[in-house]
Design a protein around this ligand. Structure first.
Ligand code: HEM
Length: 515
């Protein structure tokens, strides 16, 4: 009986040998893989050329925690905490350093005599397809220089003066729409989501200056399909960037992006190309971004139709989402800080006799308004995380310390602006810090909301002009208050996918005695 049982056991083991072999093989491969992963992490922590830089252990060892964090939309908060703990230079991935020191702006983003250029990090700016044209935001420095030259006239002081009546007109339409009484009744008060309305007006302006026609978001009280699509791009860009961080995985891109998103992308491209083509076909000298650029392009370096389309798309987006975002942040801070709101409202209402006097040209010199805008930029920077660059071959020094070639480096604005070692009361909204720098120790060299160097924002003057005008018109026409007084929170609590995923800002508007 015992012999029979033993024979049966042996026979069943022999039968299972292939299965056992597979299991053993898989286990060995897994152990080997884990061992390699462990060795890789140990190498990054103890032997890598960046080993001397401080940072959280797992982040120094592997890129995965960074990728998880950008997908959760919380990278800006993690970096703020890391910089508080580890100081102004933090290693946030095996091959990436984050900076919150003002000197890093010059070292990373400016042209330094005798130094090679720190180019844009292709992980974030890579083309989706090889046939895709280059753009002003792309990593190719030669193409960038060509586009920057071509578009720079469209953003000069003179162009802004020419464009001013069109912008004044859009802001006027925005205020008029907000004044429309609820359900046709008499005006008492009205609650609106300012985040939505600010997006409408900024996209209408950028759309008109780029495509020669409005998106009519303000007129219709809702987002145009082009605007709806483009404002949803952030998460897609984060997905693309994180796959690009693992080079063989990028080949999977086409397969991991859902078919309907790919189709939406293709339709969006076609819609943009059609809009750009329509504007270019217009025989007009209208004061917009296209007229001066086209003149330059016709005389010097021709811009192809495809290049026009991608650059116009970028400019419309870069010029509206950012401006709307900072304005939303400023207005949230204002309604949450009644003292500042009241001082600013007084400044604006005493500077003008009538609403019609408030124009781009007349709002430039209101000192408290400018301080409020800067403080809003500091607490709610449109570009919350750094726009990354790559250290050139051979390495270079940043903030006096050597960094090997190929390292990804960036100044992270949200983290930098919220550090006690850069600004006193870093999380409080105190516009006065921009009025009189003698009384405190703020390090204003860290504050660069429009970037630095050859890639710094081409639309900075326009952005300031729009923000001043919109804020002045709003505060002149309305008394503003939070619709729900408990709806108070810090701007940084929101998620970021390159740009902010903005929560609504429900504000009650009451017609002021002035309008
Ligand atoms: C509050 C509003 C704005 C903020 C905070 C902002 C911020 C920035 C920043 C930080 C950069 C630098 C990117 C880098 O270093 O790689 C940038 C670049 C750029 N911005 Fe803005 N921007 C704003 C408004 C605008 C407007 C109104 C336009 C145009 C209509 C615009 C068009 C661009 C373009 C085309 C670039 C790329 C410039 C280049 O690489 O040469 N931006 N912006």
């Amino acid at each position: 009986m015992g012999v029979v049982y033993f024979q049966g056991l042996v026979a069943s083991c022999v039968d299972r040998i292939p299965t056992i072999r597979v299991v053993v093989l898989c286990a060995s491969v897994s152990v080997a893989f884990l061992f390699i992963v462990l060795l890789y992490g140990l190498y990054n922590v103890f032997l890598h050329p960046l080993r001397k830089y401080p940072g959280p252990l797992l982040w120094r060892a592997y890129r995965v925690p960074y990728v998880i964090s950008i997908h959760k939309g919380e990278i800006h908060r993690r970096m703020k905490d890391f910089h508080r703990v580890y100081g102004p230079i933090v290693r946030i991935a095996p091959n990436e350093l984050s900076y919150t020191d003002g000197t890093a702006w010059k070292d990373i983003y400016a042209n330094r005599t005798g130094h090679l250029t720190f180019e844009r990090n292709p992980t974030w700016f890579k083309k989706m397809e090889p046939t895709e044209p280059m753009s002003i935001m792309g990593p190719d420095e030669e193409a960038h220089a060509r586009f920057r030259k071509a578009f720079s006239n469209a953003f000069s002081e003179k162009s802004l003066r020419d464009q001013a009546p069109l912008i004044d007109g859009y802001v006027d339409a925005f205020i008029t729409q907000l004044k429309v009484p609820v359900s046709g009744g008499r005006w008492t008060e009205k609650t609106v989501d300012l985040v939505r309305w600010l997006n409408y007006v900024t996209f209408d302006i950028s759309g008109d200056l780029s495509f020669g026609e409005s998106f009519d978001c303000v007129k219709n009280g809702k987002a145009h399909p082009w605007v709806e699509t483009v404002t949803g791009f952030g998460k897609g860009l984060v997905l693309i960037a994180s796959l690009n961080m693992y080079p063989p995985m990028e080949k999977l891109l086409r397969y991991v992006i859902p078919k309907h998103i790919l189709k939406q992308h293709i339709d969006f491209r076609a819609m943009t190309a059609a809009k750009a083509e329509k504007r270019l076909a217009m025989d007009t000298d209208r004061p917009d971004f296209v007229t001066p650029t086209k003149k330059h392009s016709d005389q010097k370096s021709a811009i192809t139709d495809q290049e026009w389309a991608i650059n116009m798309m970028i400019i419309v987006f870069a010029g509206s989402e950012t401006t709307a975002s900072v304005l939303s942040g400023i207005l949230r801070e204002l309604v949450q800080n009644r003292g500042v709101l009241s001082r600013l409202t007084n400044e604006i209402r005493s500077a003008f006799e009538t609403e019609q006097e408030i124009k781009i040209a007349s709002t430039g010199n209101l000192s408290y308004l400018n301080a409020v805008i800067n403080e809003g930029h500091r607490l709610c920077p449109a570009v919350a995380i750094g726009v990354p660059r790559v250290v050139p071959r051979g390495g270079d020094s940043i903030c006096g310390q050597w960094v090997p070639g190929g390292t990804y480096v960036a100044v992270n604005q949200f983290a930098a602006n919220r550090q006690l070692y850069n600004f006193h009361n870093p999380n409080s909204f105190i516009p006065e810090r921009f009025l009189d720098s003698k009384h405190h120790t703020d390090d204003m060299s860290t504050f660069q909301p429009f970037g630095f160097g050859r890639h710094s924002c081409i639309g900075m003057k326009l952005a300031y002009a729009e923000m001043r005008l919109i804020l002045a018109r709003l505060l002149y026409a309305f008394d503003l208050s939070l619709a729900d007084d408990k709806d108070r929170w810090d701007w940084g609590q929101q998620k970021t996918y390159i740009l902010w995923e903005k929560e609504p800002l429900k504000v009650t508007l009451r017609r002021s005695g002035k309008s």
